[in-house]
Design a protein. Structure first.
Length: 372
């Protein structure tokens, strides 16, 4: 019986091969050998004197025809037991990598017959006792990475709520937020290189593309409303998190029920209601368009308007901005067909000068829709 184990690292001399879990434009990339009718992830043996990451790059290029890609190590794995590539029972070690492929040459320089891009994982594996476990490990690590960068965003909002005070301007708040994101694990900002979009007062009604966004030098008042929208990135893993914060009598009001301004209280209560309705309504089979219509009707029925400049309510979380799909009219993609998506209704009372926003990332597991 084969046994697969995972390690953070081992001595480099033990690494004999590399396997690369690959995706392109949201689809899995698998190879089919000329002599087999089964599928496998690209990979192969290390050549003498070759750096193990160079092994991964070479095998990816040879077996998939990839010419433009981003590749990174994930972990080390081992296989113990006899198999088609190991005739002994000894433990053998390899490097597991992930690659995002953006361009193929269309030519294969290996024993592979063809490369297929798949929405779902294959059923007929060449190495059924090994490679499904490698995929499972990659998905586990990927989810941990998304959770980690989203946690950095949540911690940043909690941090800024403790230091916001009257007299502070929005440029200072943005600077504090972006510094905290980087301190908490982000290495960059995915949305037009802006880590924190910050609005206050009547600016909270503004809906603007990141490309046009300019942080104002507006000063926070003794009673004020501030919306902060965070876009941290770690590698090619995104976080996306937004909250509207209320300052009354010079202090942040943590409990919505304690907000004195009735309009501000109602706005934030409606945001809570919208996210509760999402959890009640959405299933894996719900399309982005169906969610768009349902939520916009729900907003209107409750006496609010959608302020988003495109009219949408969120988007898929991907690794390239241009690959996002939106909660919008005409998008027939099912929610269950994307790994993660944001829900970020930006709402206001009709003709009000104040807007409200709450954004989370959501995903499906065996228990249904969950907040990341």
């Amino acid at each position: 019986m084969l046994e697969v184990k995972f390690y953070d690292t081992v001595d480099d001399s033990l690494l004999k091969f590399a396997v690369i879990i690959s995706q392109s434009n949201g689809k899995w990339v698998f190879c089919k050998h000329k002599e087999r009718d089964t599928y496998e992830a690209p990979g192969g043996h290390r050549e003498v004197g070759e750096d193990i990451l160079e092994t991964a790059k070479r095998e990816l290029q040879e077996e998939t025809g990839a010419i433009q890609f981003d590749i990174k190590p994930i972990c080390v794995y081992s296989v113990t037991g006899k198999n088609s590539v190991n005739e002994t029972d000894e433990e053998t070690f390899g490097l597991l990598c992930f690659a995002e492929i953006t361009e193929f040459s269309g030519k294969l320089e290996s024993e592979m017959k063809k490369v297929e891009l798949m929405d779902e994982l294959p059923k007929n594996w060449t190495y059924p006792l090994i490679q499904p476990k490698l995929i499972e490990k990659y998905l586990q690590i990927e989810k941990q990475s998304y959770s980690r960068i989203q946690l950095a965003a949540k911690q940043t909002i909690e941090y800024i709520k403790k230091i916001i005070k009257p007299g502070m301007n929005l440029l200072e708040i943005r600077k504090f937020c972006e510094e905290k994101l980087l301190e908490s694990g982000a290495d960059s900002f995915w949305y037009w290189d802006v880590g924190a979009f910050v609005f206050a007062g009547d600016e909270t009604c503004v809906s603007v593309s990141g490309k046009q966004y300019v942080t104002s030098n507006r000063v926070i008042g003794n009673n004020d409303i501030i919306t902060i929208d965070l876009s941290p990135q770690m590698g090619n893993i995104w976080g996306d998190y937004a909250r509207t914060i209320i300052v009354e009598n010079g202090k942040v009001v943590e409990d919505i029920g304690l907000i004195e301004n009735p309009e501000w209280k109602s706005g934030l209560q409606m945001e809570e209601k919208l996210h509760a309705e999402l959890l009640r309504f959405a299933t894996k089979e719900t399309t982005f368009e169906k969610l768009y219509y349902h939520m916009n009707e729900f907003i209107v029925e409750n006496g609010f308007v959608n302020l988003d400049f495109m009219g949408n309510l969120g988007h898929s979380i991907v690794k390239t901005k241009g690959d996002r799909v939106y909660i919008e009219e005409g998008n027939m993609t099912k929610l269950g067909d994307v790994k993660y998506f944001t829900f970020e209704p930006h709402i206001s009372f009709p003709d009000s000068k104040y807007g409200y926003k709450k954004e989370n990332i959501y995903y499906f597991n065996e228990n249904g829709l969950m907040e990341l």
